[in-house]
Ligand binder design. Structure first.
Ligand SMILES: [Zn+2]
Length: 285
């Protein structure tokens, strides 16, 4: 786990699980000879990716940005994500001393299984129930509609059945605009990866942490054209990412990566046309 303190705000990035996905699919049109400088592939051409969850404690509230695959995945889903280990979500929360009841917000960058699966726990008789029963679950309305009516290409990515069960609990808030979710935390539509994908920003005083979700999934994706093949609207990703990187570098912001196995929080520099990440934050067990 990596902790980042910003004045009186605390952000902790922890690993919910480890996935292995095809390296080529994670870098889209970029040839392997270039992307393998950032990620080493196994014999099956797969690269490791963590499902990182960011816990935010600010202004007396607790929020989670994304919550990983969770423990209700099917065998087929685990195969798709190349995930062989049990979810660490409950253990990580216990280690941090966070009671599930005390989480106020679950904010999803988007509703793919590896970002929202953990919002639902599974009971002994196999039923799904909300893991965070007192949290408002903040989703984009456009993303929600896409997740419940997936196109053929997105069918395997969205846990539509589980999302419907979450909706029945009355804990879901669907938002249609960029806004402050609660003091210090706001969301902004990015599009790109999916039409309703959003980024999350934590601001305390002059400091800002950007959580760009799958728009910049790892520190190996800082080049604007390094875009996953799974992005439905790659040119939108490209445009948003360029603008975001300008704001990040210009504002001295910190970035939290949602799938990096090494770099959880980083400052970004632009030197001679190349972006580079310098890790920040403190490793905590
Ligand atoms: Zn993802």
């Amino acid at each position: 786990m990596t902790r980042l303190m910003l004045a009186d705000a605390e952000l902790i990035s922890f690993v919910e699980n480890r996935c292995y996905l095809d390296g080529g699919s994670m870098y889209g049109v970029i040839p392997k000879i270039m992307w393998e400088q950032h990620a080493s592939a196994d014999a099956e051409n797969r690269i490791p990716l963590d499902t990182n969850v960011v816990l935010i404690r600010v202004n007396g509230r607790i929020a989670l940005v994304d919550c990983g695959l969770g423990d209700g995945t099917t065998k087929r889903e685990r195969k798709i994500y190349g995930c062989e280990t049990p979810s660490r979500l409950e253990d990580a929360l216990a280690q941090l001393g966070i009671d599930r009841q005390r989480v106020d917000f679950v904010i999803a960058t988007h509703l793919h299984l590896d970002h929202i699966g953990g919002a639902l726990g599974i009971t002994a008789d196999g039923a799904f129930k909300p893991r965070f029963p007192n949290a408002r679950h903040v989703f984009r309305k456009t993303e929600w509609i896409a997740a419940l009516n997936p196109d053929d290409r997105s069918l395997a990515s969205y846990p539509s059945d589980r999302l419907l069960q979450l909706e029945q609990t009355g804990l879901v808030d669907l938002i249609e605009d960029d806004r402050e979710v609660f003091p210090g935390v706001r969301v902004e539509l990015t599009g790109g990866h999916t039409a309703g994908h959003q980024a999350v920003f934590v601001s305390v005083g002059d400091a800002t942490v950007a959580i760009p979700g799958d728009i910049i999934p790892t520190s190996g994706h800082l080049r604007p054209t390094y875009i996953a093949a799974s992005d439905l609207f790659p040119l939108d990703t490209l445009e948003y990412k360029k603008r975001l990187l300008n704001r990040i570098v210009g504002g001295g912001w910190i970035v939290a990566f949602d799938h990096d196995t090494q770099v959880k929080f980083a400052r970004i520099r632009l030197d001679g046309g190349r972006y580079s990440a310098t890790t920040v934050g403190e490793l905590v067990v």
